[in-house]
Design a binder for this molecule. Structure first.
Ligand SMILES: *[C@@H]1O[C@H](CO)[C@@H](O)[C@H](O)[C@H]1NC(C)=O
Ligand SMILES: *[C@@H]1O[C@H](CO)[C@@H](O)[C@H](O)[C@H]1NC(C)=O
Ligand SMILES: *[C@@H]1O[C@H](CO)[C@@H](O)[C@H](O)[C@H]1NC(C)=O
Ligand SMILES: *[C@@H]1O[C@H](CO)[C@@H](O)[C@H](O)[C@H]1NC(C)=O
Ligand SMILES: *[C@@H]1O[C@H](CO)[C@@H](O)[C@H](O)[C@H]1NC(C)=O
Ligand SMILES: *[C@@H]1O[C@H](CO)[C@@H](O)[C@H](O)[C@H]1NC(C)=O
Length: 480
């Protein structure tokens, strides 16, 4: 009897132990290998000023740690740690521990904007059997990309944007045929784009901007039927814009080839990109006219063609609403600010410096002034006064109008509350410098006809040089 009772009690105890165990499993207590791997990662981090890894404590369930996701029962499937860009303390210093390879079920690794993660290419990526997404961005990884990078052939996305990788892009990258996104932006990569990238037929994002890549841009774009974003800005590419880019119409949304050494003409076929949102061809050596076919870029929001050798006539565009336009420093003689620009209901940035504009600024009445943040009309032949414009553009942050024939009394200027940058150097401005300039971060009124004592200012003397009779700090004292 006693025996039976105790065995019943035993059974009861066993049952309750089992069910506790069961409950804990259901709650997803993480696998010991995952815990070990993550704690090794934590010990590779020397400094964590914002406490990003504070919740990572041995013996607690690693599935509850910040940045850790468990699916597949109790296995860690994703590690995602983000530094907040606005918070100067939100970073991690250290290296990526190779023990992360213990996380056998990891399919996504996101170590973004941690800023001070150093070391070479994380070889552990090769040891993770189900890895699919890699975003190790805005850190300080350095050295070369490994020759065997093609072994990561099951990856759907690979980004090492914003690191310090140098050397060439290994040709085995052509084996990453599942990639939808390849981002190697803002590293120190050199050499040519490997032709084998043409085999990555599923790419919808190809960003190699901000490197030292050179040679011609390969003419291999007919391979990519899904490409939406192409960014090769800020490299050393030469030669013409490749003809097969025409195959990317009409799906391509972003085409950014600025800050290179591309030459030749802007191809007519770009007018076929009816869905194009952003076109940046600035800072190249493109010549000739902007094709008439640009009339058909009806959806374009950002058009940046500055710093080339483009000439008139500029096509009458048929845009619903352009947001930003930069045609500065070509060989245009536009005469006027194009009507299709002035009528845009949403434009916030207008840059037409050195465009041969000859208007009286008082006569320019854009249909909307509410959204304007930046207006650059430097180095034109603009006369009159910006007083009315600056009084109407309430949210303007910067106005650049140097090198024109603006003739007005500076004391009549009223600064919108948001205005921070004002450059009216090399004009015909007269009167005194008003005390209201104290709200500006940057001001340049040098080489005008201003006179009188300067108000208190922290601006350097070069902001005021070359006037008729300005005096007082930072210029020499006024004579009494
Ligand atoms: C970044 O990491 C390096 C090496 O780990 C260290 O010397 C440096 O002090 C760190 N920088 C900051 C801002 O913590
Ligand atoms: C393209 O690259 C340039 C240069 O790195 C960068 O400033 C720009 O933001 C990139 N565009 C997009 C859409 O990411
Ligand atoms: C624009 O696209 C149409 C239809 O796809 C094609 O026939 C035409 O040749 C293209 N234009 C240019 C200049 O490539
Ligand atoms: C704009 O597109 C239409 C239809 O797609 C085409 O017929 C026309 O020739 C194009 N205009 C220019 C200037 O390329
Ligand atoms: C500036 O605008 C205000 C109201 O919006 C108006 O009363 C004032 O006359 C304007 N000043 C100038 C110089 O245009
Ligand atoms: C002001 O403009 C002049 C001439 O455009 C230039 O030389 C000078 O460096 C500028 N100074 C500041 C503070 O921007």
């Amino acid at each position: 009897m006693v025996f039976v009772a105790s065995s019943r009690i035993l059974a009861l105890i066993c049952f309750s132990l089992l069910s506790h165990q069961h409950l804990r499993l259901a709650a997803g207590k993480c696998h010991v290998d995952d815990e070990t791997g993550l704690l090794a990662f934590k010990s590779g981090i020397a400094y964590d000023p914002s406490g990003m890894l504070q919740s990572w404590k041995a013996g607690t369930d690693c599935c509850t740690w910040s940045g850790v996701t468990c699916l597949v029962g109790n296995r860690v499937t994703r590690l995602s740690l983000y530094g907040q860009p606005e918070d100067p303390k939100s970073f991690l210093s250290g290296t990526i521990s190779s023990s992360l390879s213990k996380l056998r079920y990891l399919d996504g690794i996101y170590l973004q904007n941690l800023r001070n993660i150093t070391g070479t290419f994380p070889e552990l990526l090769f040891d993770l059997p189900v890895l699919d997404f890699v975003y190790i961005e805005n850190n300080k990884l350095s050295g070369q990309l490994p020759i065997k990078i093609g072994r990561l052939s099951r990856l759907g996305a690979l980004s090492f944007a914003g690191n310090w990788f140098s050397g060439t892009i290994p040709s085995s990258i052509s084996e990453l045929t599942q990639l939808g996104q390849l981002k190697l932006s803002r590293n120190l990569l050199s050499g040519e784009i490997p032709d084998g990238i043409r085999r990555l037929k599923n790419l919808n994002v190809l960003n190699l901007d901000g490197n030292r890549l050179s040679g011609r841009i390969p003419d291999f774009f007919s391979s990519f039927s899904d490409l939406r974003f192409l960014n090769l800005t800020d490299n050393r590419f030469s030669g013409e814009i490749p003809a097969t880019i025409s195959a990317l119409a009409p799906k391509l949304l972003y085409l950014e080839l600025g800050h290179n050494a591309l030459s030749g003409k802007i191809p007519d076929f770009l007018g076929n990109f009816s869905g194009l949102d952003t076109l940046d061809l600035s800072w190249n050596r493109l010549s000739g006219v902007v094709p008439k076919s640009f009339k058909n870029l009806t959806k374009i929001f950002n058009l940046v063609l500055s710093h080339n050798n483009l000439v008139n006539p500029f096509p009458e565009m048929n845009v619903k609403g352009i947001e930003s336009l930069d045609l500065s420093y070509n060989r245009f003689h536009l005469g006027e600010i194009p009507r299709w620009v002035a009528s845009s209901p949403i434009i916030y940035s207008l840059k037409l410096a050195g465009c041969g504009i000859k208007i009286k600024l008082d006569d320019w009445k854009p249909s909307q002034t509410y959204f304007y943040d930046y207006i650059d009309l430097s180095d034109n032949e603009i006369s009159g006064s910006p007083v009315i414009l600056l009084n109407r553009t309430n949210y303007l942050v910067g106005f650049w109008g140097s090198g024109n024939g603006l003739r007005f009394n500076m004391e009549s200027l009223r600064f919108a509350t948001k205005l921070k940058y004002l450059d009216l150097s090399r004009n015909l401005m007269f009167g005194k410098v008003p005390g209201s300039i104290s709200v500006l971060e940057k001001l340049n009124v040098s080489y005008n006809h201003l006179c009188g004592k300067l108000p208190t200012t922290k601006l350097p003397a070069s902001a005021f040089l070359g006037n008729d009779c300005l005096c007082g700090s930072p210029l020499p004292p006024c004579r009494v």
